[in-house]
Design a protein around this ligand. Structure first.
Ligand code: SF4
Length: 222
């Protein structure tokens, strides 16, 4: 992948989403419309994805979504301590990653309405990769296949790489920052954000390397 301008990045983002859908199609999944147990306040995304969401809404929808997020902004949410490419580097160096804390009991994602996502077609990668083998609203947690975790990490790493120099953080913080920081009177949003980094090492365990090779090849052709 070469250096890209913002428009190119948006195109790459859509292609990454399409590739992810293609390569995750075969995965066993219990997820279905109306099951939203994984839609918590702990969803994270890149600034590129936040711009993609906002660009996909008309001005009334944008105001509605932003106001809704702003109204719930004071509530607890996961504030990530590392990006996925930083995490890969920490693992590569044999260091201990910082503990992330996001309690699902803090509540629903502000973009969930009547158990449905208000921006479903525009939702970030972190939501797309939540493919559970069992119904989360029955078990109380998502049961994610180990290969699915590797596949998710791979796409997350490439997405961060594409948005290198952009930001990563909680959906509530990044969406409002991109919508209009000043309009919502939230001057300190950027304090909760991390800067995206390029890939230094991919987190692919030996048992998945053969299967993942063709996917890496497809991503690198974008
Ligand atoms: S953005 Fe949509 S899919 Fe993602 S957690 Fe929120 S409501 Fe669920």
């Amino acid at each position: 992948m070469k250096n890209q301008g913002f428009k190119d990045k948006q195109i790459i983002l859509k292609q990454l989403f399409m590739l992810f859908d293609r390569f995750s199609e075969e995965m066993e999944r219990a997820c279905e419309e109306g099951c939203a147990a994984c839609c918590t306040r702990n969803v994270t995304l890149t600034s590129l994805e936040a711009k993609h969401i906002l660009d996909g809404l008309n001005s009334d929808e944008k105001d509605f979504v932003s106001n809704r997020v702003a109204n719930e902004h004071h509530k607890n949410r996961l504030i990530p301590k590392t990006t996925i490419n930083e995490l890969a580097k920490i693992c590569m160096n044999g260091e201990e990653p910082p503990e992330e804390f996001g309690d699902p009991l803090w509540g629903e994602c502000p973009l969930l309405s009547n158990q449905r996502c208000m921006i479903y077609d525009l939702r970030p990668l972190a939501c797309r990769v939540m493919i559970s083998k069992k119904r989360c609203n029955v078990t109380g947690f998502a049961e994610i296949d180990e290969y699915m975790v590797t596949l998710s990490n791979l796409f997350m790493q490439y997405l961060e790489h594409v948005d290198n120099g952009g930001y990563f953080g909680n959906l509530s913080d990044i969406l409002l920052l991109e919508a209009d920081n000043k309009k919502y009177g939230l001057a300190n949003l950027s304090e909760n954000l991390l800067v995206n980094k390029p890939i230094e090492m991919l987190m692919v365990p030996p048992e998945h390397r053969e299967k993942i090779a063709k996917i890496i090849n497809a991503i690198q052709k974008i």
